[in-house]
Design a protein around this ligand. Structure first.
Ligand code: FES
Length: 63
């Protein structure tokens, strides 16, 4: 399983856990997670990973 303490977005120090929390709080897209956490809004190099995690957490939430 993912290491949720790992920093996904180094620009802003956003961890996997913070992304999961945003999804659990209702964010369902990368854009909504960006609004909630700021992840991916500076250099954008983490966006692929943010997108991958959002997909995972959304599918887990709906179980
Ligand atoms: S590492 Fe996420 S915006 Fe730069």
């Amino acid at each position: 399983m993912e290491n949720l303490d790992e920093i996904v977005c180094t620009c802003l120090g956003v961890t996997g856990k913070m992304i999961k929390d945003a999804v659990d709080a209702g964010a369902g897209t990368v854009e909504e997670v960006q609004d909630a956490t700021g992840a991916g809004t500076i250099c954008g190099s983490c966006l692929d990973e943010v997108s991958r995690l959002v997909d995972i957490f959304v599918s887990e939430r709906s179980k």
